[in-house]
Design a protein around this ligand. Sequence first.
Ligand SMILES: NC(=O)c1ccc[n+]([C@@H]2O[C@H](COP(=O)([O-])OP(=O)(O)OC[C@H]3O[C@@H](n4cnc5c(N)ncnc54)[C@H](OP(=O)(O)O)[C@@H]3O)[C@@H](O)[C@H]2O)c1
Length: 300
Amino acid sequence: MRVFLTGATGFIGSRIVPELLAAGHQVLGLTRSEAGARSLAAAGAEPHRGDIEDLDSLRDGAAKSDAVIHTAFDHNFSNFVANCEKDKRVIEALGDALAGSDRLLIITSGVGMGSAEHGQPAREDVFNTDHANPRILSELTGAAMAEKGVKVSVVRLPQVHDTVKQGLITPLIEQTRAKGVSAYLGEGRNRWSAAHVLDVARLYRLALDKQEAGVRYNAVAEEGISMREIAEVIGGGLNVPVVSLPQEEAADHFGWLSIFAAMDLPASSEWTRAHLGWQPTGPGLIADLELMDYSQAAAA
Ligand SMILES: NC(=O)c1ccc[n+]([C@@H]2O[C@H](COP(=O)([O-])OP(=O)(O)OC[C@H]3O[C@@H](n4cnc5c(N)ncnc54)[C@H](OP(=O)(O)O)[C@@H]3O)[C@@H](O)[C@H]2O)c1
């Protein structure tokens, strides 16, 4: 199958490329830059020059392919709401190009969208349309495109990690370095789920091969790691004290991350594992954080 992969040069997308190629697929990878095009060609993919702001480039890539996996996103968090609206336009453009065909569009979301009740693990069969995270727009748009007859499935992600990057924990580490203390809120019992980046890449490929629309997959290897445990390993890595803060100090300490730092976000992947035969094997989040080179992280 010829697969149009947006975000092909990104942290996760660059791991999806070899996964797809090894399974016998061809990859048309979106990138904005010459350097991105060179790295895609070196990896064995066909570069497709374009941008998530250039909807024609997206329609063109989708039109040339048998399926689309969409992982591009502008991660400038100071513009998060606008960037979620940008993602809506991207999903609409990709969906428009696929409408009326049986070609699958796989979009990306967060596991939190499947959280039914505070403290309960998020599940694949739940879509909490009242979720406070503006990123909900990606899934709402996917659902709107499905109503228009587009074959859409959703991969929901937790903190995706290796020994260099770990989702929201990467900016948390930089914040911890700047503040000189590694903090958690209250008893630090609230949890974040996680998965290794290679397990996540394999899940996208399995979802592609399954060719099923109208489903949501939770790419979760670890259901919930407490914020206290995360703060302790970061504190050890940076050699700074680990402290508990009251909720009132969350905004001051965590800045834009405070909304996430307070969230209890456990997530299950029971259904995904059974449905796709997905078995995560990668190292856990704490193991990757223990092996990280914190001096290199400072330079990144
Ligand atoms: N990493 C995680 O832990 C995590 C957790 C939850 C959800 N997610 C979601 O998973 C998806 C993949 O995440 P990732 O960590 O792999 O992302 P990433 O490393 O930041 O990669 C983003 C990709 O988007 C592309 N892009 C195209 N146009 C862009 C623009 N105008 N501005 C910025 N980037 C642009 C970039 O490609 P070029 O620079 O080559 O153009 C890049 O390949 C995203 O939807 C993300 O929100 C990730």
